[in-house]
Design a protein around this ligand. Structure first.
Ligand SMILES: Cc1cc2nc3c(=O)[nH]c(=O)nc-3n(C[C@H](O)[C@H](O)[C@H](O)COP(=O)(O)OP(=O)(O)OC[C@H]3O[C@@H](n4cnc5c(N)ncnc54)[C@H](O)[C@@H]3O)c2cc1C
Length: 601
């Protein structure tokens, strides 16, 4: 079995860097201990080895296909969905009372990370089902929970999020799908939804769509959007399933994630599609944000998982491929020694370290965000504090692994030279698969607007201040360790650059020049994302250094030293670039605003 993730690193990040056992002391999670969590993760790893990884390539080569009104996916999907239900993966973080395991979301994310590294075409089915079920449990009438959620958590029924329409992608205020109230309290749904992941396939007994639509006469814009449960099959009073006028018009053929179907759905073409309102009218987008925020962390996790799998594939290749000679002193080639393994060339090592630094840093960021999520729901006294931190990190956790994950996989492909470009080798599939991550769940452009235009300004800057205080706390800790003083100071040096950049930008916002204010939001995201991941690497460094000092037998000294080395790599090769990014943002020259003239040919 090829390696696609490293359990030791995952354990180190979860239990040592992010101190999961402290979270387990909380009443909500105290049914679990380290041992039971490791057993759960091992069962997910075994399942991934046996069921997910072996069909990864095949799912790309024989993609989901639409014919005769149906979408056909890989035949193994049927058993896989049921097995995920049996293993408790779909309901992993649900309350026990709701039929879940009540595991911390951090453990759920770790489990999905393993599955996605094995085969990123599959976990989305379960992830969206869990997200849709969670929306029903949180906001819908209890009777809907009873009707839908148990079958969803068991893997027999699937769930989706139905937001996008042909004219409404990033801009959800333009949603046209309509909902006409009926006398019995239900609604007649009519409209098109496109790009619906897991939107239809033959192996789900029912598909429960959580759909945004506008009740007839509702206000324009996002304030007039409501949320509905719209099942593919309605449950009739005698419990039989009846067609609900949801037609599958096609499956988008994609460059990556080709085994994961993406449907075009038509609701109510025959005026027979029933929708059930979730919560109150016109509050649909605020409810949907629960699923969208969870999905944003999940997309970042997908990026980190693919980057992990690509790293181990290119590492293996670099350890086997011989090419060229090592350079001796004076630039002479050692011809007598024969070709060397490419892993001995500094440029190949640079690419490998870049992959490792990005994927492990990204994974740590995902665990950090999910720890904040778990604390928010379990530590009632301080939940606002944890919420502020999660709010700030969510767009970054979605974007950094998606954007830098692409760079990591690109470098991985480069390590294979010409073979990287060829279908026989897996790197090209990772390269195509990871490309979607910076597009769905809000593009990088939209996440960057959220970070700079919303999160930085939120609560008069309190969100940013709370985040920076967390980072400063880690810096202070790092400065007390001789091994880490330089690293901690390098991170500290970034903070005045953030302040100077905001001192440049905020007056522009205050003048009401909003478009100019956010015109380089994407660069701001890149720089802040790098700082946040550098903070993660400092945390990793502190943990590794402490373990080395105490000769912690749980991890080998070589692994711990390797973490410190990769941390330094990240600071030298990635963090140092931020200076020029901040300089660009602070420049007075504005070149991207739309003026009266047409865009140059
Ligand atoms: C494979 C796949 C699966 C998907 N799964 C789902 C799903 O399950 N459910 C669902 O509802 N949707 C799904 N989507 C839709 C996805 O969320 C949208 O594609 C995405 O939000 C972008 O919308 P769009 O494609 O219409 O692009 P557009 O919104 O047209 O954006 C085009 C470009 O313009 C930029 N842009 C747009 N508006 C702004 C702005 N205000 N400021 C700055 N830049 C802007 C964008 O960043 C982007 O670069 C999926 C899409 C794909 C491709």
């Amino acid at each position: 079995m090829a390696a696609y993730f490293n359990m030791e690193t995952l354990k180190f990040l979860m239990f040592n860097v992010h101190k999961l056992e402290e979270l387990l002391l909380n009443e909500r999670y105290n049914a679990f201990d380290k041992e039971s969590i490791l057993l759960f993760l091992q069962s997910v790893a075994d399942f991934s080895d046996q069921d997910l990884y072996p069909i990864f390539k095949e799912m790309d080569e024989k993609p989901a296909k639409f014919s005769e009104g149906k979408i056909h996916v890989h035949p193994k999907i049927k058993d896989i969905l049921i097995k995920q239900g049996e293993l408790g993966i779909i309901g992993a973080s649900f309350d026990e009372a709701m039929g879940g395991l009540q595991l911390p979301a951090t453990v759920m994310h770790a489990a999905y990370f393993i599955m996605e590294a094995a085969n990123n075409h599959i976990p989305g089915y379960a992830g969206l089902t869990a997200g849709a079920a969670h929306l029903i449990s949180s906001f819908a009438d209890k009777k809907y929970h009873e009707q839908y959620v148990p079958n969803m958590l068991s893997g027999e029924w699937s769930g989706t999020m139905c937001l996008s329409e042909p004219q409404a992608g990033s801009g959800l205020s333009d949603i046209k799908c309509s909902a006409k109230p009926l006398d019995d309290g239900t609604f007649l749904i009519k409209g098109h939804k496109i790009f619906i992941s897991g939107g239809d396939h033959e192996y789900a007994g029912n598909i429960v769509h959580l759909l945004l639509a506008r009740i007839v006469g509702a206000p324009a814009g996002t304030k007039g959007i409501s949320l509905f449960i719209v099942p593919k099959y309605k449950i009739s009073p005698d419990q039989t399933l009846v067609n609900n006028d949801v037609i599958t018009a096609g499956d988008f053929q994609k460059m990556g994630q080709r085994g994961y179907c993406t449907a075009h759905l038509v609701f109510g073409d025959n005026d027979q599609c029933t929708g059930y309102l979730v919560g109150e009218p016109n509050k649909g987008l605020s409810y949907m944000f629960q699923m969208m925020n969870d999905a944003r962390i999940a997309v970042g996790r997908g990026g980190a998982a693919i980057a992990s799998a690509a790293y181990y594939a290119s590492l293996q290749y670099a350890q086997e491929r011989q090419q060229g000679r090592r350079l001796l002193s004076g630039g002479r080639k050692d011809e007598s020694a024969g070709p060397t393994l490419i892993i001995n060339h500094p440029d190949v090592r640079r690419m490998l370290f870049l992959q490792k630094a990005i994927y492990e840093g990204s994974l740590s960021l995902i665990l950090q965000s999910s720890i904040y999520h778990d604390r928010e729901i379990s530590d009632k006294e301080n939940n606002n504090h944890w919420n502020l931190l999660l709010e700030f990190l969510t767009p970054i956790t979605k974007t950094y692994p998606s954007e830098k994950g692409k760079l990591a996989v690109d470098n991985g492909l480069q390590i294979l030279g010409g073979y990287g470009f060829c279908a026989d080798f897996i790197l090209q599939q990772y390269y195509r698969d990871i490309r979607i991550m910076s597009i769905y769940e809000g593009t990088t452009g939209i996440q960057s607007l959220d970070l700079l235009g919303r999160k930085v300004l939120m609560e008069n800057g309190l969100v940013l201040k709370t985040m920076l205080a967390e980072i400063q706390h880690t810096i202070s800790e790092g400065k007390m360790d001789e091994r880490l003083i330089i690293t901690a100071k390098e991170l500290e040096d970034q903070l005045p650059m953030v302040e100077a950049t905001l001192a440049h930008l905020i007056p522009i916002a205050m003048k009401g020049e909003t478009e100019k204010f956010v015109s380089d939001a994407n660069l701001f995201m890149e720089a802040i994302g790098t700082i946040v991941v550098a903070w993660q690497w400092l945390k990793i460094g502190i943990t590794a250094s402490n373990a080395l000092n105490s000769s912690d037998a749980a991890f080998s000294a070589s692994m711990l030293k390797n973490k410190l080395h990769t941390m330094r790599f990240f600071y030298k090769y990635e963090l140092a670039r931020n200076k020029s990014i901040f300089k660009i943002i602070q420049s007075d020259e504005v070149l991207t605003l739309a003026e009266d003239e047409a865009f140059p040919d």
